[in-house]
Design a protein around this ligand. Structure first.
Ligand SMILES: *[C@@H]1O[C@H](CO)[C@@H](O)[C@H](O)[C@H]1NC(C)=O
Ligand SMILES: *[C@@H]1O[C@H](CO)[C@@H](O)[C@H](O)[C@H]1NC(C)=O
Ligand SMILES: *[C@@H]1O[C@H](CO)[C@@H](O)[C@H](O)[C@H]1NC(C)=O
Length: 368
């Protein structure tokens, strides 16, 4: 009899240990100050931080930090000065607004040829592509929500992926959307870093000594418009959460699975935020496989978050990608966010594949 109990106990422990979802939480509403939600990111995640901010400006109404990012919907917009190439399955720009049939834009034209970009034309799409911002759901929130947004934009002088002054176009786009650009936007373009989100430890390009530029601190102090000191990173405050409960499952052509979304994301909840109202920072990105982690500059953001009552949520890509369904999506297939229009025409709207799931995650945390 005893052996049966022992065997049963052993069996229970063994199956429990094998369950890959052990320790994975389901997100629930937190005590978030709705007026203090912001995004940040670098490179494709910088593009996305800005894209998510603009499309969900009602939800993300504090602001954004764009470290090496390109302007909203710029990747697929043809400007007068653009040179065109033949559309093929390898072009990486499967969609183009304004190109003749069979032609498309040079891949990454807003990053490699910032002089092509007509910044004055960019607000049109944001203001006019949804019938009525209050009526049409899943589109782009009314950009008047951005009037008071605070923006930090960072352009390293030695960035070979976002050739200077590519990020100045993000600054200039926000300049047309906020009330008082001189006060609300901080544009930093003088530091000789390579393509990076610099932390205290990062060296300048072709150098080895830490330059001591605190990118996360500069970003947070500007966006929240207050002095802030870094606290400590406490691993016990890190949780992995299930993203699949936010997936769209039907109709099949809108299914989230197969679009590169990860099954899990990760979140840092400072101890104070169990009881007190907190702000929130969204840093959507690739997250290093099925068990997402915080790494690199995330840790410095978290040090500030812990000391200043900010929840840090990291919705993740880097999951299953179906190349048959999306044949022309080289960047998304290697784990990047869709900031290129590779998955759908509405990639930059709330209804875009990545945008929709991440929007649901943030709404759950803020509104339940
Ligand atoms: C990079 O640094 C090395 C050592 O300081 C120097 O010799 C070299 O000229 C630098 N390269 C460039 C392209 O500036
Ligand atoms: C996604 O689709 C793949 C391939 O069909 C399948 O193996 C996987 O279990 C699916 N994941 C989810 C979360 O539905
Ligand atoms: C970066 O260095 C400054 C100056 O020493 C310090 O005040 C700040 O807390 C550091 N940032 C982080 C995230 O540790």
């Amino acid at each position: 009899m005893l052996s049966v109990v022992i065997l049963a106990a052993f069996f229970f422990v063994a199956t429990f240990a094998q369950d890959p979802n052990v320790g994975v939480i389901s997100l629930s509403k937190l005590n978030i100050l709705p007026e203090d939600v912001m995004t940040a990111g670098c490179s494709h995640a910088g593009d996305f931080a800005h894209q998510f901010h603009v499309a969900y400006s009602e939800l993300v109404n504090r602001g954004s930090c764009v470290f090496s990012g390109q302007p909203y919907h710029c990747a697929v917009t043809k400007f007068t000065r653009d040179e065109l190439v033949t559309q093929t399955d390898e072009s990486s720009v499967p969609r183009c607004d304004g190109c003749p049939p069979g032609k498309t834009l040079i891949y990454d034209h807003c990053k490699n040829h910032p002089q092509f970009v007509d910044v004055g034309a960019l607000p049109d799409y944001i203001r006019r592509s949804c019938d009525d911002h209050n009526q049409q759901t899943d589109c782009i929130d009314d950009p008047s929500n951005l009037f008071d947004a605070r923006i930090f934009a960072f352009q390293p002088t030695e960035d070979r992926c976002y050739i200077p002054p590519a990020v100045a176009n993000v600054e200039a786009l926000y300049g047309q959307l906020v009330r008082s650009p001189g006060k609300q936007i901080k544009y930093v373009e003088e530091f000789p870093f390579a393509h990076t989100l610099p932390t205290n430890d990062t060296a300048f390009w072709n150098d080895t000594e830490p330059a001591g530029y605190d990118g996360p601190g500069e970003c947070l102090r500007h966006v929240f418009d207050e002095d802030m000191f870094a606290g400590k990173f406490h691993p016990r405050n890190v949780h992995i959460f299930d993203q699949t409960e936010f997936f769209v499952t039907s109709p099949p052509d809108l299914a989230s699975n197969g679009t590169g979304l990860n099954t899990r994301g990760t979140i840092y909840i400072p101890s104070d935020c169990e009881t007190e109202r907190c702000r929130m920072l969204i840093i959507a990105s690739g997250c290093g496989g099925p068990f997402p982690t915080f790494g690199g500059a995330d840790i410095d953001f978290i040090k500030y978050a812990d000391g200043n009552r900010i929840v840090v949520v990291k919705p993740c890509v880097g999951g299953y990608f179906d190349a048959e369904r999306f044949p022309n999506a080289a960047e998304v297939s290697r784990g990047l966010l869709d900031v290129y229009g590779q998955l759908s025409d509405d990639y930059a709207w709330q209804s875009g594949f990545h945008m929709k799931v991440f929007g649901r995650i943030i709404k759950r945390l803020v509104h339940g």
